[in-house]
Unconditional design. Structure first.
Length: 703
């Protein structure tokens, strides 16, 4: 899709600003997730997707593509932590390519050249460009940056031209995914019968008394459970206990925390720098040189929030003043200087519902207008705007309730902008607005604001000094070196007063140990190099050093008793307790008599307004079987059989049941069901496609 020349004639793009964001949209994920280093393995096969083998070389090529985009976007090489997420993005991208391309082709979904041009230079410039290509003086989208880049592409180097070609493909892929997701979400429909059932579930009410007997009413010591019974339970419920490759680890963490000397040094430094900032005549240069934050000098546009650590400590923000230092919840010290406070370009916030008419005949447009007017009337009569937007909206904003965010007047087509900025109060605009794209229903959520700030941020991290880190490492290294096996590991930990922590059922692809992030190298060691009882070398994590020993290793399949002993023991023991409780209740005809059997543990409560749609019983917890039994009772005064729930035994007495009344129109219930289903559809389809593709992932052997 070579559109360089076409787009250059009209407008363009400042290089390196949106690639990573679009990759994230397509495959999901967080680029700041922790990781391990990139290492090879003995096999050339890293996985299978839809029956197709994925080679190490193909996977590495995809990693390099995304890494290249990251470098162009940030101007730097990704860190080790960021490389983990890049590898995840690459794997998901391969799945998307091999699974979704077939779907797009089958449905005939395409992106035309004209559509792609419009995304970077027309009326529908993609959000990533608008957010990144801003004039530093005004904080507004700067089309001239776009033009300047594309005009320079012909003379640009191969890297820049290759990068732009990759952008074009990302634009197309992202838009195809939007089309596909919208197609799925708008295909959902709830029938009148479903709406009627939802109305019945929500409005059928029972007045009940309920007796709750928790399992702890029977002491654990009164119930004997053998290992054979536990194994029998696992064998009868194998689907509950499917596991992948896993290990159990024990480890000692040597936490990297700043010393008192480190803290005093940072406080002294930021106080000195704050005074220098207060007297600075070039705030932006000063904070760029001295601050640890990525965006030390920023323009806060109308509608955007000032930093929370500033507003929570300062009541009135004054131009030219310097505030701080403040201690943040990120273990940093921060000071702010309000370089200027001024009236910027007005920005407002609104939501809309688009009924598209592009390419339609006059008769078809008239029908679209009629549909839009019907929805407008429903909203005027009480239909939630976000619900209507999710159901009827025909652009990407439908998935977020129609929200357009904060925008300036020039950001939108003239007809839309003029009507929106003319409003003097928030709320629904009680008429349709027609633009070249179709008919819009608009709700003003925030009136135009102009107050803007230029803020210089001086932030210093409170981290351990090199001397502190060296001291902590020496302790960890001595412990690892003197612990030749698991027995010595335990003895040395006890002698030195170190706490041994356990991480059980750690998966081959996990990257955290309990709450310790960035532990991928420890886990790779456990799966690839460790044997039972072996003690590791010292692993460096973001905030600690780790020394580990392998306790157990489990193969993929049904879990062993050791893996799930606690879970299975609790379940089998509770099943036995349930039978004991039921036996003790036999012959009792009232809830009061049953309560007298367990006077100190049981509780008897009343719920006069229990709804059929409920799943939680007040005072008890999650109890869907008991609620179902309550509505299964037919006559006032009728008492249910004892019901075994996960939390204990429940007995229900029906006092009165009030059926839902008939209503003339179930549309609102149908709409809510449709909205709920559409919000789940894209995710569920993605999971189903991956399942059908029978994705097999062997990357843990390499990374």
């Amino acid at each position: 899709m070579a559109l360089i020349k076409k787009i250059r004639q009209k407008t363009g793009l400042a290089i390196g600003v949106i690639a990573v964001g679009l990759i994230f949209f397509l495959v999901g994920g967080d680029i700041l997730s922790p990781n391990s280093t990139l290492l090879g393995g003995s096999s050339n096969k890293v996985g299978e997707i839809a029956g197709e083998s994925i080679s190490y070389e193909e996977y590495i090529q995809k990693i390099e593509e995304i890494k290249f985009s990251f470098q162009q976007n940030t101007g730097r090489t990704p860190s080790e932590n960021e490389m983990y997420s890049i590898r995840e993005q690459a794997w998901q991208a391969l799945i998307v390519e091999k699974v979704f391309d077939q779907q797009y082709e089958a449905l005939g979904l395409t992106i035309s050249d004209a559509e792609l041009v419009d995304m970077v230079q027309g009326k529908n410039i993609i959000a990533e460009l608008r957010q990144q290509l801003t004039n530093p003086q005004t904080g507004e989208f700067d089309r001239t940056q776009l033009v300047a880049f594309l005009q320079s592409l012909e003379e640009a180097g191969p890297d820049q031209q290759a990068f732009w070609a990759q952008q074009e493909q990302l634009f197309a892929d992202a838009r195809l995914r939007v089309k596909y997701d919208n197609l799925l979400s708008t295909s959902e429909y709830a029938t009148t019968a479903e709406g009627k059932l939802e109305h019945k579930m929500a409005n059928t009410i029972a007045d009940i008394d309920h007796l709750f007997i928790p399992f702890y009413a029977i002491p654990d010591g009164d119930v004997q459970v053998s290992d054979n019974e536990l194994r029998d339970y696992i064998n009868k419920n194998k689907e509950k206990f499917k596991v992948s490759n896993a290990v159990d680890l024990e480890y000692v963490a040597f936490n990297l925390v700043p010393s008192g000397e480190d803290s005093a040094a940072v406080i002294s430094e930021i106080r000195q720098l704050t005074e220098e900032l207060r007297n600075s005549t070039n705030d932006s240069v000063f904070v760029m040189r001295n601050s640890d934050t990525q965006r030390p000098f920023a323009t806060i546009l109308p509608g955007d929030a000032l930093p929370a650590s500033l507003t929570s400590n300062v009541d009135e923000i004054v131009e030219g003043e310097t505030y701080g230092p403040f201690l943040t919840n990120r273990s940093t010290y921060v000071s702010y200087k309000i370089t200027s406070k001024f009236d910027g370009t007005p920005r407002m916030r609104a939501s809309h519902i688009l009924f598209g008419t592009q390419g339609l005949s006059d008769d078809a447009k008239a029908e679209v207008r009629s549909n839009a007017e019907t929805v407008l009337k429903e909203i005027q009569e009480g239909l939630n705007f976000a619900t209507a937007a999710a159901q009827y909206g025909q652009d990407a904003t439908a998935q977020r309730g129609g929200d357009l965010g904060w925008f300036a007047k020039e950001d939108f087509v003239e007809e839309f902008a003029n009507v929106s900025f003319a409003e003097r109060k928030t709320g629904l605009i009680n008429r349709l607005v027609e633009t070249e794209y179709g008919y819009h229903i608009i709700e003003v959520t925030e009136l135009p604001q102009t107050l803007s700030y230029k803020v210089a941020t001086l932030e210093l991290e409170l981290i351990p000094s090199d001397a502190t880190r060296n001291d902590i490492f020496r302790s960890a290294d001595f412990f690892a070196a003197s612990s030749g096996n698991a027995i010595q590991f335990a003895e040395n930990a006890e002698k030195e007063g170190y706490r041994i922590l356990q991480a059980n059922n750690v998966g081959a692809f996990d990257r955290n140990l309990n709450n310790l992030q960035g532990a991928r190298e420890v886990i790779r060691w456990a799966f690839n190099d460790a044997s039972q009882g072996k003690v590791s070398e010292v692993f460096e994590l973001d905030n600690s050093y780790i020394v580990a020993t392998l306790k157990n290793k489990y193969e993929e399949g049904t879990a062993s008793l050791d893996q799930v002993r606690v879970q299975v023991l609790n379940q089998v023991r509770n099943d036995k307790k349930a039978e004991i409780i039921k036996g003790k209740l036999q012959g009792k005809t009232t809830l009061e008599d049953m309560l007298s059997v367990f006077p100190n543990e049981a509780s008897l409560d009343k719920t006069p307004d229990l709804r059929l749609s409920a799943s939680v019983l007040p005072g008890v917890g999650f109890a869907p079987k008991a609620i179902g039994a309550a509505f299964g009772l037919q006559n006032p005064g009728q008492i249910s059989m004892p019901i075994h729930e996960d939390v204990g035994i429940i007995v229900i007495k029906l006092n009165e049941k009030t059926p839902a009344s008939e209503i003339a129109d179930y549309n609102s219930y149908q709409r809510q069901l449709t909205l709920n289903a559409s919000q789940r559809t894209a995710y569920m389809i993605m999971m189903a496609l991956e399942d059908l593709a029978n994705v097999k992932d062997y990357r843990y052997k390499f990374f």
